[in-house]
Design a protein around this ligand. Sequence first.
Ligand code: SF4
Length: 361
Amino acid sequence: MSNTRKDWTTNEIRAIYDKPIMDLVFQAASTHRLHHDPNVVQVSTLISIKTGGCPEDCGYCPQAARYHTGLEGNDLMSVQTVKAQALRAKASGSSRVCMGAAWRNVKDGQEFDQVLEMVRTLNKLKMEVCCTLGMITENQAKRLAEAGLYAYNHNLDTSEDYYKDVISTRAYQDRLDTIDNVRKTNVTVCSGGIIGMGESIDDRINMLVALSSLEPYPESVPINALVAVEGTPLAEQEPIAIWDMVRMVATTRIIMPTTQVRLSAGRTEMSPEGQAFCFMSGANSIFAGDKLLTTPNPDINSDMDLFKSLGLKAQAPFVKKSQPETVEADSSKLEAIGEKPKWTRPEHTIERNELSRTVKE
Ligand code: SF4
């Protein structure tokens, strides 16, 4: 099977997703073994470097300023605080660290310069450094690459159709444009989605069509189960069945065989057996730490117990791609160019988002 195939159709992917579970898991596990060590799983740590107060209206997110979720926000962390957290993560077995900021898009200036310094600092710790900062321009992507960024996360979340029912403050095309900007550098792309937001199976499949048709497809695909947080528009969503997660992971593995499939949010609701099924189906990364940005996550000790029971080993950094070099700020050939990008603001009405709205951002 080609690992660059980008012409998967909705019907083909749906046929894979709908297979009997035993056939589906067997096919996914067989594909997985052709491209990865089945007993190795990457442990990643997510650090929320700037929490809450986000102007966007993502219906699943407790960090949106307009929803009353009782979340305590914080301003951008210092480089030293982030470094200390990354060192702790490394000591607990993480080979990758992802820094998340609750921003609509990156703005040139002191805060972005501080993030660039965080990237330089963490790259020197010999960890894969990832950022998720919202929409970015080509010049911003190049500056992150120059600082030594390994990956940029920008999730498609769901299908283009269903996206309009979850978010009104930006368009699907903005997501694709940011991914395109990252692709103009050597930074790898991390992009996936969330299931359990009320979408149809075809929405899940169409998100996979969109991801697999990127050229090339993302090096990393997180599959999240919604963590329904009180105060957000999606608070009343029922948790998804483990078999939905297994189907999604297995299908992702089959159609994007070389990617790193990340079993992301929602693991606290999964039994050890359910997670083991996901690993067998091709998931080869987890996020460690008792918080995933702002929502609960299993603690590192229970993850390490699970690894021990299953005979899994933590993946070393840079096994898929070599470590990027870091150019120091005073040697940089790139600088802010004063762009004013026109990211979209559709602002159509999503009734459940309006009903949850308590704060005018
Ligand atoms: S998901 Fe990101 S962009 Fe959306 S509200 Fe949350 S922090 Fe903001």
